[in-house]
Design a binder for this molecule. Structure first.
Ligand SMILES: [Zn+2]
Length: 58
């Protein structure tokens, strides 16, 4: 009995996180002083997807 070959169904791709665009990291400007002078940029992990790059299910 030959079993019919079934093509494995592709797993649905998780939607990329809208905040970090799927990179898992977000860059934010670092500002100092009362004048909020921008001194540089800092890369931190995305708090929306917790660095996974995938949009949270809920
Ligand atoms: Zn994210």
């Amino acid at each position: 009995m030959a079993a019919p070959k079934t093509t494995p169904s592709p797993e649905p791709k998780p939607a990329p996180c809208p905040v970090c665009k799927g990179s898992g990291e977000v860059s934010r400007t670092v500002q100092v002083g009362r004048k909020r002078r921008t001194v540089g940029r800092q890369t931190g992990f995305c708090l929306n997807c917790l660095g996974s790059g995938e949009a949270p299910a809920d």
